[in-house]
Design a protein. Structure first.
Length: 135
């Protein structure tokens, strides 16, 4: 007959391997921090680019509605529309269906029919311009 050998306690042998060491956790946290540090500026730039492009689309819409309004009313290019442009252009049955809103909190200004509408949403020092051309 074979001599009796006790079965080794497997749980005691692997008990130390069930968790992560402090070094392993710190390495994972550092990797995550590096990834976040790389991603955040890109997300901020994408958000600002989207706001500026949306503003440019709104300015283009305002300009198109203003030109159509001028054609329909037979207005000259220098006719001032600064005081009444929103009332005359914006409405469910008018040239622009909904009030355009700048994503950066700017306001739209129209001076005359022959000048481009402008937005006050530009922030100094940013490269994203709230202009009709978007440059």
């Amino acid at each position: 007959m074979l001599p009796f050998r006790p079965v080794p306690n497997r749980t005691a042998r692997f008990a130390r391997r069930l968790g992560f060491t402090l070094i392993e956790v710190m390495v994972v946290v550092c990797i995550i921090e590096v990834i976040i540090a790389i991603a955040i500026p890109g997300l901020v730039n994408a958000r600002e680019t989207g706001r500026a492009r949306g503003c440019s689309r709104n300015l283009r819409s305002i300009q198109g509605g203003l030109q159509q309004y001028a054609i329909d009313k037979k207005l000259a290019g220098s006719a001032s529309e600064a005081t009444t442009w929103q009332a005359d252009l914006i409405g469910p049955t008018k040239y622009i269906k909904a009030t355009p809103i700048c994503g950066s909190g700017g306001t739209y200004t129209v001076t005359t029919i022959d000048t481009d509408p402008t937005c006050t949403g530009d922030r100094p020092g940013t490269r994203y311009r709230h202009t009709l051309t978007g440059n």
